[in-house]
Design a protein around this ligand. Structure first.
Ligand code: FES
Length: 105
């Protein structure tokens, strides 16, 4: 479904993300959601409140299927956050409580 565009010179830089406690080298220009999709392929990383697995879909801040914990803050939209070196990511399996006022998809 998703395919990465050809790399440019600026895409060659990498940062280290800590994903569920494991270090992952990812491109420095990626969003958190794109980095996880690149690392894991098409893989869900949270559960909907009805228990169904969810994965990033729209990659532009609309669907909220990319909610993830970033540096201890749950329910961030991973598609809207650019990775930073040392960032700590925790998948939301099982789902955390939704942020008040946020869409639950
Ligand atoms: S992937 Fe749809 S809001 Fe992030």
């Amino acid at each position: 479904m998703f395919r990465r565009l050809p790399e440019t010179a600026s895409d060659s830089a990498e940062v280290t993300l800590w994903v569920d406690g494991e270090p992952q080298q990812v491109g420095a220009t990626l969003s958190v959601a794109a980095a996880l999709l690149q690392q894991r392929g098409w893989a869900e990383y949270r559960l909907h409140h009805d228990g169904t697995p969810r994965a990033p879909l729209c990659m532009m801040g609309v669907c909220h299927d990319c909610l993830i914990t970033i540096d201890g803050e749950p329910n961030r939209q991973g598609c809207l956050v650019i990775v930073k070196d040392g960032m700590r990511i925790e998948t939301q399996m099982p789902a955390a409580q939704p942020t008040p006022g946020a869409s639950t998809g």
